[in-house]
Write a protein that binds this ligand. Sequence first.
Ligand SMILES: NC(=O)c1ccc[n+]([C@@H]2O[C@H](COP(=O)([O-])OP(=O)(O)OC[C@H]3O[C@@H](n4cnc5c(N)ncnc54)[C@H](O)[C@@H]3O)[C@@H](O)[C@H]2O)c1
Length: 344
Amino acid sequence: MTKKARMAVVGCGAIGRVHARAIAGLDQAELVAVCDVFEESAAKLANEFGCKHYTDYRKMFDEEEIDLVSVCTPSGTRLDICEAASSRKVNILVEKPLDITVERCAKIVEMCESAGVKLGTVFQLRFTPAFKQLKEAEQRGLFGKMILGNSQTICFRSQEYYDGGGWRGTKAGDGGGALMNQGIHSVDLLLWVMGDVKAVSADKASLTHDIEVEDTVSATIEFVSGAMGSVQATTSVKHGIDKRLEIFGENGTVIIDGENVVMWEFEDEPSQGAHDIETREGISAKSPLIEDVWGHQQQISDMIRAIREDTEPLVSGRDGMKAVELVLAIYESARTGKRVVLAE
Ligand SMILES: NC(=O)c1ccc[n+]([C@@H]2O[C@H](COP(=O)([O-])OP(=O)(O)OC[C@H]3O[C@@H](n4cnc5c(N)ncnc54)[C@H](O)[C@@H]3O)[C@@H](O)[C@H]2O)c1
């Protein structure tokens, strides 16, 4: 890789713009080209950031020398783009969710592994101080035996939000609703800290929207470790509580609301009140648009580091696949009314 990572963005919508802004603010990267099936969208972003634009990503990969591409298209469209990129030895950072079925995710992971290119999934919350410190506490064994892990994403999206994108709230484009789209960030955090899931039992419904997927889901989780927990997500609550993660071990408790630590207590450590934990302004649960590009900058920098050092990124393609696998197991349980077993 040359001094600066030469980057491209495929998908010039809301999150494609976040990636372009994030790349533009990084010393170690430069935005070479953007691509969207709508030329107007691609040209607009390219003009703003002074790069080339394309309507065909295969042509872009053939004509441009690209080290890393950000895939920012609708959730059910990643497989073909990843195939085109990996076959041309372009490293890939895919927006969450990695794709919308386990089979498609597995193909993406296998293609990248056999092509020898790095694959990352965007879960930018992992880079925020509160969650990094939570993971460190778990790695240091401060929790002791894990007892309970709960994640909630209680937010609001209007009917116009679902009607606006064409793909949002559809099985084919979004792959699911409140959990696959909004709640998957917390699903990843829960898996990261609590470990693999053994089984799930769940309910889901569309309570306030006219969409073919759920706007509300509630699941009971059994972890392989023996710990228990829950996952809830909804886009039906106007005065929600943002994302909330509660981790209870036999020797301590951490509760994080949004990116704010509201409880941090461990038996073997002097009490570290919430005021001692580094925090930052974060992402709003009230708005579907992300104004803040800090988390994406951290994640893009980590991908560049992984390419340069030939190591795994902090959030791998396999991590992205695991989150999708859990979301789909929750959907399957809600659909059948039966407990779904993921690991014995
Ligand atoms: N990390 C986060 O917090 C976060 C936030 C918002 C969205 N997202 C994810 O980003 C993805 C896109 O969401 P969005 O809100 O930006 O959607 P969007 O509809 O605003 O933008 C998607 C863009 O992709 C383009 N596109 C579709 N198919 C294409 C193809 N084959 N080739 C090139 N361009 C194509 C569309 O024309 C559109 O401009 C979703 O998967 C979503 O889950 C992640």
